[in-house]
Design a protein around this ligand. Structure first.
Ligand code: C5P
Length: 218
């Protein structure tokens, strides 16, 4: 492999996407938000009432799901079967169900295969939960992000509130705790720090400091 790969994993709402996006911009790497792909599948499952425990129905649904990214200079949008769902997948009803869907083996196999294709020949920075452990175990740099759960909930709460979502800080805190619990305890590629990943606790770091932290390790 001659292309460069940076893997960023960590807990929910640690600022992984913000950092990964900034890195992509700075280094001119392709930035891929793998969580958005799981959210897209989740949206499809919700809309079509796909039962996560019915293997045949899950397989059939996955065959009908086509996800792609539209990359523009200042924003990347995600499409589900031709529909721009970038905003819809950030809504709480998707967040509430995404970890259940992401724990399904067939879902993970399909997403990992697509993610690996994206990173086959391009310089890429990808964020998620299993990028350094499963998707790109041979990544050139692996970062494992963490931050105080209260700080994470406050950041996400403000973000959602600014978008006009009616929600309480407690609901956001509960959702993050719920997702972290399922993500770290699931059987299929759980969220865990790769042994060669550098830990980045950004509780007290601003975005510029986080970017510099990574650039210093390249
Ligand atoms: O990154 P984001 O918080 O948007 O991801 C949403 C959910 O997708 C996570 O809580 C996790 O359940 C799932 N996910 C995953 N593996 C990834 C990325 C996200 O299981 N690589």
């Amino acid at each position: 492999r001659t292309n460069k790969i940076i893997a960023i994993d960590g807990y929910s709402s640690c600022g992984k996407s913000t950092l990964a996006k900034a890195l992509g911009k700075q280094l001119r790497y392709l930035y891929v938000d793998s969580g958005a792909m799981y959210r897209a599948v989740t949206l499809y499952f919700i809309r079509n009432a796909v039962p996560v425990d019915d293997e045949a129905k899950v397989t059939d649904a996955l065959n009908r799901i086509h996800i792609d990214f539209h990359i523009e200079p200042d924003k990347t949008s995600i499409y589900l079967n031709g529909e721009d769902i970038s905003d819809e997948i950030r809504q709480m009803y998707v967040s509430d169900f995404v970890s259940e869907v992401s724990a399904v083996k067939a879902v993970r196999l399909a997403m990992v295969a697509q993610q690996q294709r994206l990173g086959r020949d391009k310089n890429i920075v990808m964020d998620g939960r299993d990028i350094g452990t499963t998707v790109f175990p041979d990544a050139d740099l692996k970062i494992f992000m963490t931050a105080d759960p209260k700080v994470r909930a406050e950041r996400r709460y403000l973000e959602l509130k600014n978008k006009g979502e009616k929600i309480t800080l407690e609901e956001v805190f509960e959702n993050l705790a719920h997702r972290d619990y399922i993500d770290t305890t699931r059987e299929e590629s759980p969220l865990v720090r790769a042994s060669d990943a550098v830990i980045l606790d950004n509780t007290d770091l601003n975005e510029e400091e986080q970017l510099q932290f990574v650039l210093d390790r390249l």
